[in-house]
Write a protein that binds this ligand. Structure first.
Ligand SMILES: [Zn+2]
Length: 669
């Protein structure tokens, strides 16, 4: 039988053959994957007789399994390799894999072979895989003439190169700012301890150097009392890839629009939504209009309250700008909810949080995690094996703290795509949380802990969804606009008291997070949600609009400011170039709406769990089975209906949005 004739790759990890330290070794490893990819396609094209699932689809899946393996690990090493030469090579390799993907998407003989496969009696997952693959081919332009396909291929090449450059400029564009020690007033003691003042060599004056990395930047924006310091940090952070990325972004938008035009679409946004749950840019706009309306009044009240409060403290203040929003929010929460977000940080030392997130997920999804000695790309990475009722079900890698040259963001990424009986699913978290050094307990802000839950939700999706028959439907292979459901669903577990108390312990005294503090934190956390939704609307509308108009007419500075001012009441800050470091424009392109859309679904999902027994109730097992384990075996729409028994609605979202105001009402009789 053919299945047995498809070899299982032995060198499953680029770093096991030296690819994390040596550019040539990495290139050789990727080259071997691409050779296997080509060989599988060549065999597919020589099959004689009627096309079947076994003689054609099996080989097609083996070909894409090699592509995803190579693409995933080139992508990871581009983000994390210690040596710049290896990162540069990884970027080239990622480009090479993307080009192989583009060539495959325009390969008409392969398309025709797949279209000829008889799937009448196949499983629903197999039929869905084939139908979705054929749709992808048509959207890629496989039915165009050869000259047009060649043109599309060169446009893909250009777009891929520009997107990779854009990301790398953000990754490597970290800046530093200098501060006088007196400017650090308001920052927590452990932060000050990590940033001792040094004498400036030329002026002789004492100064502190701060970077734009998250663990340096975020506390300044939240706690620093000095408005000048906050402004300098904000501008440094939001110009870290400026001006380099301005022209790159304009070129990328123009290239994407040209691809859409060649394919007969009005805009890139229409093309990029055609195979999503949303279906069209018009549907996205309709959804966004609904969110805009739902959040308008709440956000107005939130702004009014924070501004009135700030003016009590500082009577000459007439407005609050974007660099001071986080600071005044924090001050307001302290006064109004008696909640100081610094007061919880000692209860969230990194190691406890890691143990707590893992324990939560293990109990919720009924799996077991064991520390592993498997090799990773860097000694700082910890590795875990996943067991499901005793069966080895996957592996994950946690690369959780900043390192020189490492990507600065928080993400989950596949390492190997799981295929039942062939490959165990493996995935990684690449994050930049505080900690990681012997003398640093890594005290986390509560927003960091939420981020950890979020990324772990992605990780579990990759692992539990990685036991499918086909690589093409494994793990993250859902519609792109369903992908933020499992992550945002897991975020909600952070708001459960019992669950937090299991791991939130003071790093010095071991004291459990007091119930009173938890309640205050929860109340304070509920404040500002409508405003947060509107900041999401700002990013979302910007991402959509940049891809839904003639790119030659785009003035990035004007359009960014225009949307900002429409959605946000906080003053714009001159010199803000956030578009140049808006990394989601590469991966999500026009589809940043995914977060807001999936938030509505995730909150509806979470509402199905019994609040009295979040981890033990039947919804957990049902969610695992009907959603996570499916990977991309069925449309997102069906998964929603399978879990909820209906389509998602706005009820849970509206309750969540208005919780802050409802909590102050008298309790119903
Ligand atoms: Zn996410």
């Amino acid at each position: 039988m053919l299945t047995e004739a498809i070899a299982v790759t032995q060198d499953l990890h680029a770093w096991e053959t030296g690819g994390a330290e040596n550019a040539e070794a990495l290139s050789a490893w990727v080259g071997a994957r691409l050779a296997e990819h080509e060989a599988a396609l060549a065999r597919l094209l020589t099959v004689a007789g009627p096309r079947t699932v076994e003689n054609t689809l099996r080989l097609y899946d083996a070909a894409i399994e090699q592509l995803s393996l190579a693409g995933a690990q080139a992508g990871i090493l581009n983000s994390v390799a210690a040596d710049k030469a290896v990162r540069d090579q990884a970027q080239l390799e990622a480009q090479r894999v993307a080009m192989a993907g583009s060539a495959l998407s325009l390969n008409r003989p392969v398309y025709e072979a797949l279209a000829a496969v008889d799937i009448a009696d196949a499983s629903s997952a197999t039929r869905h895989f084939v139908e979705r693959t054929l749709l992808g081919y048509r959207l890629a332009g496989v039915d165009k003439d050869q000259a047009t396909r060649d043109h599309l291929h060169s446009l893909h090449e250009k777009a891929t190169r520009l997107a990779l450059e854009f990301s790398r400029n953000i990754q490597e564009g970290g800046k530093t700012i200098e501060a006088a020690p007196s400017e650090l007033a308001g920052l927590p003691p452990d932060y000050l301890a990590r940033h001792p003042a040094k004498n400036n060599e030329t002026t002789g004056e004492e100064q502190v150097i701060l970077t734009t990395d998250q663990p340096d930047m975020q506390p300044v924006m939240t706690f620093a009392a000095n408005a000048g310091l906050r402004e300098r940090m904000f501008l440094a952070y939001n110009t870290r890839a400026y001006p380099a990325n301005k022209q790159i972004l304009l070129d990328l938008l123009a290239t994407r629009q040209e691809i859409a035009t060649v394919l007969g679409f009005r805009s890139w946004a229409d093309l990029a939504t055609a195979d999503q749950m949303m279906g069209s840019a018009a549907n996205v706009r309709e959804f966004l209009a609904r969110l805009e309306q739902a959040s308008r009044e709440g956000a107005r009240r939130e702004h009014e309250q924070v501004l009135a409060f700030a003016r009590q403290r500082q009577p000459d203040l007439t407005s609050i700008d974007i660099a001071s929003r986080g600071y005044w929010y924090e001050q307001f929460r302290r006064a109004e909810f008696d909640f100081d977000s610094q007061s919880v940080r000692p209860y969230f030392p990194y190691d406890n949080v890691e143990a707590g997130v893992l324990d939560t997920a293990a109990r919720l999804f009924k799996v077991e995690f064991r520390r592993s000695t498997a090799q990773a790309w860097h000694p700082a990475v910890s590795v875990y094996e996943v067991f499901d009722e005793g069966r080895h079900a996957g592996r994950f890698y946690l690369d959780m703290h900043p390192r020189e040259g490492k990507d600065k963001w928080f993400s989950a990424a596949p390492v190997t795509t799981g295929v039942r009986g062939r490959y165990l699913p493996e995935a990684a978290l690449i994050c930049n949380f505080a900690g990681g050094e012997a003398d640093d307990p890594g005290l986390m802000q509560y927003s960091d802990v939420v981020t950890f839950f979020h990324e772990f939700g992605h990780l579990m999706h990759a692992i539990l969804g990685g036991n499918t028959e086909w690589a093409g439907v494994s793990g993250f292979a859902t519609e792109g606009d369903f992908i933020e459901v499992p992550s945002q669903m897991l975020e909600e577990f952070f708001r459960d008291e019992k669950l937090l108390q299991a791991f939130a312990r003071h790093y010095q005294t071991g004291e459990i997070l007091p119930a009173e503090v938890f309640r205050k934190m929860k109340g304070a956390g509920a404040f500002g949600r409508a405003d947060w939704i509107r900041s999401q609307l700002y990013y979302t509308t910007l991402s959509l609009d940049l891809h839904d108009q003639n790119p030659a007419a785009i003035d990035l500075d004007r359009i960014t400011r225009q949307f900002y001012e429409f959605f946000q009441p906080w003053n714009w800050l001159e010199g803000n170039r956030m578009y140049a470091s808006f990394g989601h424009l590469t991966g999500y392109s026009s589809n940043y709406y995914t977060y807001a859309f999936d938030k509505v679904i995730a909150l509806d999902f979470f509402a199905q769990f019994d609040p009295a027994d979040l981890l033990g109730c039947e919804a957990g097992a049902r969610y695992r089975k009907t959603v996570l384990e499916q990977g991309g075996s069925k449309p997102g729409r069906e998964m929603v209906r399978d879990f909820l028994g209906r389509d998602e609605d706005f009820a849970a979202f509206s309750r969540w949005l208005n919780e802050e105001f409802e909590s102050s009402l008298p309790a119903p009789a």
